[in-house]
Design a binder for this molecule. Sequence first.
Ligand code: PLP
Length: 425
Amino acid sequence: MQHSQRLFERALAVIPGGVNSPVRAFGAVGGQPPFIAEAHGARLRDVDGTDYIDYVCSWGAVILGHAAPTVVQAVQAAAARGLSFGAPTGAEVELAETLCRLVPGMEQVRLVNSGTEATMSAIRLARAATGRKLLLKFAGCYHGHADSLLVNAGSGALTFGVPSSPGVPAELAALTLTAPYNDLAAVEALFADRGAEIAAVIVEPVAGNMGCVLPQPGFLEGLRRVCDRHGALLIFDEVMTGFRVALGGAQARFGVTADLVTLGKVIGGGLPVGAYGGRADLMGQMAPAGPVYQAGTLSGNPLATAAGLATLALVQEPGFHERLEATAAALTAGLQAAADAAGVPFSTVHVGGMFGFFLRGAPPRDLAEAQQADVARFGRLFRALLGEGLNFAPSAFEAGFVTAAHDAATIEATIERARRAFATA
Ligand SMILES: *Cc1c(COP(=O)(O)O)cnc(C)c1O
């Protein structure tokens, strides 16, 4: 940890908390983050030469594994042709066509640079299209760090006990209603009260920012019905679930079609890309086709677009998601067996290539249950796993991710190491 330690000390002097995104700082689990030198396939190597099997995987973005050769080659080839033009390119059209072909209900799409931009833009459009002000989100769901969405947000905000943030005006936060995840009755009650003012419901169709929390049967269908009844739009934030829980994302997996969908992570294959899209009558209201403004100097950037296209080319291969899901199933079953052998109360969930594990007998259904997590014990377990060369998310409130590069031998090695970690934690 010598070199990481020195880098972290330097970082603390010039970067707030030493990191460029809060959860990376290990504040929730204790200790200091390894600084990464390089990563290939399922493995990370830090600046001190220590190797880790990685289950963060750039928070799910690198679904093919780190430095996937076809993605790296596509980016190198694109870079040689120019880094950014600020003018349209054929690759952007190709990526937009690919998204519209594969994502249910996506008739038109706009590329942006992050998931945060995608959700921020989608809610602007929803408010413009409905002429209404209110948003409804779910406690523990994270939709990026735009002001209106940083209310009862999960993940980093949760980890650090800041359910919303200073700097978000109370007047603005008051426009965001929140309900418990999986609680359709609470949604119906809010709509009964203020339905005519609600522009949109935004939801993670599988929640991945309070741990991995599955939608209960009927929850997503119920949201669709309530939105239709009250003339509100349904926004699926698939920044995490898109191309990860199924080729068509959560919409395809659960058979519910939203009005607008936001994407990120996987569609950039490790470079900064986000997207929002959906019904053509809605997307047609975006400038310059319509009056709702949204723009971006680097949107549709050639390198990011090339990485996204190269990633999606392989993600579309037959059996890709079946293999990914089998990997996640083998991993979670092995972790469960390791926990059982050590007598640790434990449960897991997995869906497609994402998973969660919990130091409790049953997986949580909402934020309140997720917050019952024994965070001190999680911290001990996390440090023991890291000590065995296993890199899981440094928070009890994050999902984990497998990639196409996590083969059977990798999972086997993980389980063997996890047995040792559980025995000590
Ligand atoms: C990661 C994430 C975001 C934010 O994306 P950024 O690219 O980090 O801005 C939004 N929504 C969900 C569901 C996410 O998982």
